[in-house]
Write a protein that binds this ligand. Structure first.
Ligand code: ZN
Ligand code: ZN
Length: 277
Protein backbone atom coordinates (compact mmCIF):
# COMPACT_ATOMS: atom_id res chain seq x y z
CA UNK A 1 0.00 0.00 0.00
CA UNK A 2 1.39 3.36 -0.98
CA UNK A 3 1.32 5.14 2.33
CA UNK A 4 3.85 6.82 4.52
CA UNK A 5 4.94 3.89 6.60
CA UNK A 6 5.66 5.12 10.08
CA UNK A 7 4.74 8.03 12.28
CA UNK A 8 7.12 8.89 15.03
CA UNK A 9 6.96 11.76 17.45
CA UNK A 10 9.86 13.93 18.58
CA UNK A 11 12.54 12.31 16.49
CA UNK A 12 15.15 15.01 16.59
CA UNK A 13 17.83 12.50 17.50
CA UNK A 14 16.54 9.79 15.21
CA UNK A 15 19.23 8.27 13.05
CA UNK A 16 18.62 7.12 9.52
CA UNK A 17 18.50 3.33 9.88
CA UNK A 18 18.04 2.16 6.34
CA UNK A 19 20.00 3.88 3.60
CA UNK A 20 17.09 3.64 1.22
CA UNK A 21 14.46 4.92 3.61
CA UNK A 22 13.75 8.64 3.42
CA UNK A 23 12.94 10.58 6.57
CA UNK A 24 10.76 13.66 6.62
CA UNK A 25 10.92 15.64 9.85
CA UNK A 26 8.42 18.44 10.36
CA UNK A 27 10.39 21.13 12.18
CA UNK A 28 7.62 23.66 11.77
CA UNK A 29 4.29 23.93 9.93
CA UNK A 30 2.22 26.52 11.78
CA UNK A 31 0.65 29.64 10.32
CA UNK A 32 1.98 31.60 13.30
CA UNK A 33 4.01 31.54 16.48
CA UNK A 34 3.38 30.77 20.15
CA UNK A 35 4.21 27.89 22.51
CA UNK A 36 4.67 24.74 20.42
CA UNK A 37 4.10 26.58 17.16
CA UNK A 38 6.93 26.87 14.67
CA UNK A 39 6.70 28.27 11.16
CA UNK A 40 7.28 26.21 8.03
CA UNK A 41 10.41 24.14 7.82
CA UNK A 42 10.82 20.51 6.80
CA UNK A 43 13.99 18.44 7.05
CA UNK A 44 14.52 15.68 4.48
CA UNK A 45 16.90 13.08 5.93
CA UNK A 46 19.53 15.25 7.56
CA UNK A 47 20.81 17.36 4.68
CA UNK A 48 17.92 18.95 2.77
CA UNK A 49 15.65 21.65 4.14
CA UNK A 50 12.39 22.81 2.59
CA UNK A 51 11.84 26.38 3.82
CA UNK A 52 13.61 27.92 6.76
CA UNK A 53 10.94 29.07 9.18
CA UNK A 54 11.30 29.19 12.95
CA UNK A 55 11.33 25.36 13.23
CA UNK A 56 15.01 25.47 12.27
CA UNK A 57 15.74 27.06 15.65
CA UNK A 58 15.05 23.78 17.48
CA UNK A 59 17.91 21.93 15.76
CA UNK A 60 21.20 21.27 17.52
CA UNK A 61 24.24 23.00 16.02
CA UNK A 62 25.52 19.66 14.73
CA UNK A 63 22.21 19.01 12.96
CA UNK A 64 22.26 22.49 11.43
CA UNK A 65 25.74 21.98 10.07
CA UNK A 66 24.65 18.79 8.26
CA UNK A 67 22.14 20.79 6.17
CA UNK A 68 23.65 21.25 2.69
CA UNK A 69 20.64 22.33 0.59
CA UNK A 70 17.81 24.74 1.40
CA UNK A 71 14.83 25.03 -0.96
CA UNK A 72 12.74 28.17 -0.41
CA UNK A 73 9.11 28.09 -1.58
CA UNK A 74 8.61 31.87 -1.54
CA UNK A 75 9.86 35.03 0.06
CA UNK A 76 7.36 35.43 2.93
CA UNK A 77 8.96 35.86 6.34
CA UNK A 78 7.41 32.75 7.93
CA UNK A 79 9.33 30.66 5.34
CA UNK A 80 12.70 32.42 5.45
CA UNK A 81 12.99 33.95 8.92
CA UNK A 82 15.60 31.51 10.25
CA UNK A 83 17.77 31.26 7.13
CA UNK A 84 19.92 34.21 8.28
CA UNK A 85 20.41 32.62 11.72
CA UNK A 86 21.12 29.20 10.20
CA UNK A 87 23.97 30.42 7.99
CA UNK A 88 25.37 32.56 10.78
CA UNK A 89 25.26 29.67 13.27
CA UNK A 90 27.10 27.21 11.01
CA UNK A 91 29.54 29.75 9.62
CA UNK A 92 32.57 28.24 11.33
CA UNK A 93 31.30 24.64 11.14
CA UNK A 94 31.17 23.99 7.38
CA UNK A 95 33.73 23.83 4.59
CA UNK A 96 31.44 23.91 1.54
CA UNK A 97 28.75 26.56 0.99
CA UNK A 98 25.16 25.76 1.86
CA UNK A 99 23.16 25.77 -1.41
CA UNK A 100 19.99 27.90 -1.37
CA UNK A 101 17.43 27.37 -4.15
CA UNK A 102 14.48 29.56 -5.08
CA UNK A 103 12.71 31.37 -7.88
CA UNK A 104 14.67 34.37 -9.28
CA UNK A 105 12.14 36.68 -7.56
CA UNK A 106 12.70 34.93 -4.23
CA UNK A 107 16.49 35.07 -4.51
CA UNK A 108 16.27 38.75 -5.42
CA UNK A 109 14.06 39.43 -2.39
CA UNK A 110 16.53 37.63 -0.11
CA UNK A 111 19.44 39.60 -1.54
CA UNK A 112 17.67 42.99 -1.58
CA UNK A 113 15.85 42.83 1.74
CA UNK A 114 17.63 40.38 4.05
CA UNK A 115 21.24 39.69 3.07
CA UNK A 116 21.84 43.36 2.19
CA UNK A 117 24.41 44.28 4.88
CA UNK A 118 21.72 46.29 6.69
CA UNK A 119 19.36 43.63 8.02
CA UNK A 120 22.03 40.89 7.85
CA UNK A 121 25.45 40.43 6.20
CA UNK A 122 25.58 38.97 2.69
CA UNK A 123 26.81 35.50 3.58
CA UNK A 124 27.23 34.67 -0.11
CA UNK A 125 30.31 36.91 0.12
CA UNK A 126 31.57 35.82 3.53
CA UNK A 127 34.22 34.90 4.49
CA UNK A 128 35.37 35.88 0.97
CA UNK A 129 33.64 36.98 -2.23
CA UNK A 130 34.47 33.78 -4.12
CA UNK A 131 34.01 31.46 -1.15
CA UNK A 132 30.79 32.38 0.63
CA UNK A 133 29.17 30.27 3.32
CA UNK A 134 26.00 30.26 1.21
CA UNK A 135 25.40 30.12 -2.50
CA UNK A 136 22.19 31.15 -4.32
CA UNK A 137 20.71 28.99 -7.07
CA UNK A 138 17.80 30.15 -9.24
CA UNK A 139 15.25 27.50 -10.15
CA UNK A 140 12.14 27.51 -12.29
CA UNK A 141 9.01 25.41 -12.71
CA UNK A 142 9.76 21.88 -13.85
CA UNK A 143 13.39 21.86 -12.70
CA UNK A 144 14.51 18.62 -11.08
CA UNK A 145 17.44 18.77 -8.69
CA UNK A 146 18.96 15.42 -7.80
CA UNK A 147 20.87 15.09 -4.55
CA UNK A 148 22.30 11.67 -3.64
CA UNK A 149 19.54 9.55 -5.20
CA UNK A 150 16.73 11.83 -4.02
CA UNK A 151 15.20 14.34 -6.37
CA UNK A 152 13.33 17.56 -5.81
CA UNK A 153 10.96 18.73 -8.54
CA UNK A 154 9.92 22.39 -8.64
CA UNK A 155 6.17 22.94 -9.05
CA UNK A 156 4.52 26.36 -9.59
CA UNK A 157 1.68 27.32 -7.25
CA UNK A 158 -0.55 30.38 -6.82
CA UNK A 159 0.32 32.76 -4.00
CA UNK A 160 0.40 36.50 -3.41
CA UNK A 161 4.11 36.53 -4.28
CA UNK A 162 5.74 34.14 -6.79
CA UNK A 163 5.66 30.73 -5.14
CA UNK A 164 6.57 27.12 -5.73
CA UNK A 165 5.99 23.76 -4.11
CA UNK A 166 8.24 20.72 -4.22
CA UNK A 167 7.87 17.03 -5.01
CA UNK A 168 10.49 15.04 -3.15
CA UNK A 169 11.19 11.60 -4.60
CA UNK A 170 13.02 8.98 -2.56
CA UNK A 171 15.57 6.48 -3.78
CA UNK A 172 12.70 3.97 -3.80
CA UNK A 173 10.56 6.21 -6.03
CA UNK A 174 8.14 7.19 -3.26
CA UNK A 175 6.82 10.73 -3.45
CA UNK A 176 6.27 13.37 -0.80
CA UNK A 177 4.79 16.64 -2.06
CA UNK A 178 4.84 19.98 -0.27
CA UNK A 179 2.54 22.69 -1.61
CA UNK A 180 4.15 25.73 -0.01
CA UNK A 181 1.58 28.51 0.37
CA UNK A 182 -1.09 28.47 -2.29
CA UNK A 183 -4.65 29.23 -3.22
CA UNK A 184 -6.66 27.44 -5.87
CA UNK A 185 -4.59 26.58 -8.94
CA UNK A 186 -4.17 23.99 -11.69
CA UNK A 187 -0.39 23.72 -11.91
CA UNK A 188 0.18 21.81 -8.65
CA UNK A 189 -2.50 19.26 -9.42
CA UNK A 190 -1.31 18.84 -12.99
CA UNK A 191 2.23 18.13 -11.78
CA UNK A 192 1.02 15.66 -9.15
CA UNK A 193 -1.10 13.85 -11.73
CA UNK A 194 2.05 13.13 -13.76
CA UNK A 195 3.32 10.90 -10.92
CA UNK A 196 2.65 7.16 -10.81
CA UNK A 197 2.01 7.35 -7.09
CA UNK A 198 1.80 9.95 -4.35
CA UNK A 199 2.19 8.78 -0.77
CA UNK A 200 1.81 12.01 1.17
CA UNK A 201 0.86 15.58 0.38
CA UNK A 202 1.69 18.32 2.83
CA UNK A 203 -0.76 21.04 1.96
CA UNK A 204 -1.89 24.20 3.59
CA UNK A 205 -5.32 25.18 4.87
CA UNK A 206 -4.57 28.52 6.47
CA UNK A 207 -8.08 29.80 7.09
CA UNK A 208 -11.43 28.28 8.07
CA UNK A 209 -14.38 28.27 5.64
CA UNK A 210 -15.93 31.20 7.51
CA UNK A 211 -12.91 33.34 6.51
CA UNK A 212 -12.89 32.33 2.85
CA UNK A 213 -12.88 35.96 1.67
CA UNK A 214 -9.70 36.74 3.60
CA UNK A 215 -8.17 33.41 2.55
CA UNK A 216 -8.82 34.24 -1.10
CA UNK A 217 -7.32 37.72 -0.70
CA UNK A 218 -4.22 36.36 1.03
CA UNK A 219 -4.10 33.47 -1.47
CA UNK A 220 -4.39 30.59 0.98
CA UNK A 221 -6.63 27.55 0.89
CA UNK A 222 -9.58 27.03 3.15
CA UNK A 223 -10.83 23.45 3.73
CA UNK A 224 -13.64 24.12 1.22
CA UNK A 225 -11.42 25.50 -1.56
CA UNK A 226 -8.91 22.70 -0.91
CA UNK A 227 -11.61 20.03 -1.16
CA UNK A 228 -12.72 21.54 -4.46
CA UNK A 229 -9.17 21.47 -5.87
CA UNK A 230 -8.52 17.93 -4.59
CA UNK A 231 -11.13 16.75 -7.09
CA UNK A 232 -8.51 17.48 -9.76
CA UNK A 233 -6.11 14.95 -8.23
CA UNK A 234 -6.07 11.36 -9.42
CA UNK A 235 -4.24 10.07 -6.32
CA UNK A 236 -5.52 9.63 -2.76
CA UNK A 237 -2.47 10.58 -0.69
CA UNK A 238 -2.32 10.92 3.07
CA UNK A 239 -3.01 14.65 3.56
CA UNK A 240 -0.75 16.44 6.00
CA UNK A 241 -2.47 19.72 6.73
CA UNK A 242 -0.27 22.67 7.59
CA UNK A 243 -0.12 26.45 7.98
CA UNK A 244 -3.10 26.56 10.34
CA UNK A 245 -3.40 29.95 12.05
CA UNK A 246 -3.00 29.76 15.84
CA UNK A 247 -6.38 30.17 17.51
CA UNK A 248 -8.26 28.76 14.52
CA UNK A 249 -7.19 25.12 14.98
CA UNK A 250 -10.56 23.75 16.12
CA UNK A 251 -12.56 25.62 13.48
CA UNK A 252 -10.24 24.54 10.65
CA UNK A 253 -10.06 20.94 11.91
CA UNK A 254 -13.88 20.70 12.03
CA UNK A 255 -14.12 22.14 8.50
CA UNK A 256 -11.47 19.72 7.25
CA UNK A 257 -13.20 16.65 8.64
CA UNK A 258 -16.46 17.78 7.12
CA UNK A 259 -15.05 18.63 3.67
CA UNK A 260 -12.54 15.79 3.33
CA UNK A 261 -14.33 12.76 4.75
CA UNK A 262 -12.83 10.41 2.16
CA UNK A 263 -9.22 11.27 2.95
CA UNK A 264 -6.76 10.08 5.52
CA UNK A 265 -5.72 13.42 6.96
CA UNK A 266 -3.57 14.63 9.81
CA UNK A 267 -3.16 18.17 11.08
CA UNK A 268 0.59 17.95 11.54
CA UNK A 269 2.69 19.75 14.12
CA UNK A 270 6.37 20.35 14.71
CA UNK A 271 8.10 17.20 15.95
CA UNK A 272 6.13 14.85 13.65
CA UNK A 273 8.12 12.64 11.31
CA UNK A 274 7.44 10.25 8.48
CA UNK A 275 9.52 7.47 7.05
CA UNK A 276 9.31 6.38 3.42
CA UNK A 277 10.56 2.79 3.12
ZN1 ZN B 1 3.08 33.07 2.09
ZN1 ZN C 1 3.34 31.08 4.95
Amino acid sequence: MNRCQVWIKNTQNQQKKDNKAMWISILGCSGGIGPGNRTTSILIDDDILLDAGSGVGDLQLQQMSRIRHVFISHSHLDHIAFLPFLVDSIFSQIKQPIQVYGLPETIKALRDHIFNWVIWPDFSELPTKDNGVMSFNEVSAGDVITIDQRSITVVPVEHIVPGIGFIVTSENSKHFAFSGDTATNDSLWHALNQLDNLEALMIEAGYPNSMEKLGTLAKHYTPRSLAKDLKKLKHKPHLLISHIKPGLEIQISEDLHQELKDYQLTCIKSGDSLQFD
